[in-house]
Every structure is written in structure tokens, then in C-alpha cells.
Design a protein around this ligand. Sequence first.
Ligand code: IMP
Ligand code: MG
Length: 182
Amino acid sequence: MKTPKILKVDDLQFQILISAEDLHRRIEELAEEISRDYEGRVPIMVGVLNGAVIFLADLIRYMSIDCEIDFIKISSYGNARVSSGEITMIKDFSADLHGRDIVVVEDIVDSGLSVQYLKRRILNMKPASLKFVSLLVKRGTAKVDLSIDYVGFEIEDKFVIGYGLDYKQQKRNVNAIYQLVE
Ligand code: IMP
Ligand code: MG
């Protein structure tokens, strides 16, 4: 899909924040870092559906080590632009995470509640190790104390879409990240 400077959705206007080129350059760096850190091991890259699917697909193809993939689907947003704070599990893991090196792949960390929920849930399954990679992290919005091991970009607290991130389930297939103009 083409990446214009401005995207209009309903009565909202979005402007480009991170270009496709910048996304790919950074994702390649993250992949190299992860490949170095997990050299000689085979991590399970767990994508958080739906938002992380594009990022995960690109990230693993830049990795130079072997990995497995799995997915979990949770929902915290509904169709609104503000997180409900309540997390619903829609699809659980398929892989056996016990004793494995787990890397959770997220699209964006906002309140941090999703990450907190996933962390608790995965630690219960006694993995060998657990780390988080998020393409985007909003600055100053976390409601819980957490640390993300690999961060693509820190962004300001504005609603963003594209590259997996949706507005009312659409615009995930846009190649770049766009920010709401308020
Ligand atoms: P958190 O639990 O508040 O950290 O929110 C995590 C989830 O909310 C992300 O994985 C996204 O799916 C969604 N989300 C948070 N901020 C945005 C945004 O600006 N645009 C689209 N989705 C978002
Ligand atoms: Mg998500």
C-alpha cells in the first residue's frame, strides 16, 4: 500500500510519523541484537495478535538464528481509541513454553497492562527465560512498572495506526506508522 503524507479516516486526520524505510532499518537492528543475544539457542517468538503480526513477520526474517513462532490473542482496546484496561484472552498459546526461551513480540506498549498480564501468564508456565520486544513504546503512559528489553521507537502519547496497528480494525496494512493530528 502507498504511504502518503496524510491519511484520512472517518473525520480523523493522521500524519506520517515513521516511514517504511525507517521502520525496516530499525527492525533489522533489533533482529541483529536479538540474534546476538540468543546465539546458540532457539527462542519462541510469541506474537501478540492482531497488532504484532506485521512486525513479527518482518523481524524474524531479519534474524540470523533459528526460532519458532507462536501467537496469543488478547484484547484490551475494543473499538475505541482509549484502552479499557480490562484484558480478555481470545486465543491462548499453542506451543509448550515450559523450559523455553520466550520473546514476546508486541506492536505497542501504552498502559503496560497487556505486558503485565502476559508476563504473569508466561512466568506461570516456567519458561527458561522471558523477554519483551515492542516496536513502539509510548512515553510516560505506563500505569505499571515494567521494562521492555528491546524497544524499536519511543513515541509521544498520541494515537497511532499502520504497520499492524488499527483504527476500528482497519489500516493495519498501511506500510508506515501514522499519528493522529489533534
Ligand atoms: P496497553 O495494554 O495499554 O499497553 O496496550 C497495548 C495494546 O493496545 C497494544 O498492543 C495495541 O494493540 C493497543 N494500542 C495501544 N496504543 C495504541 C495506538 O496508539 N494505536 C493502536 N493500538 C494501540
Ligand atoms: Mg497489541
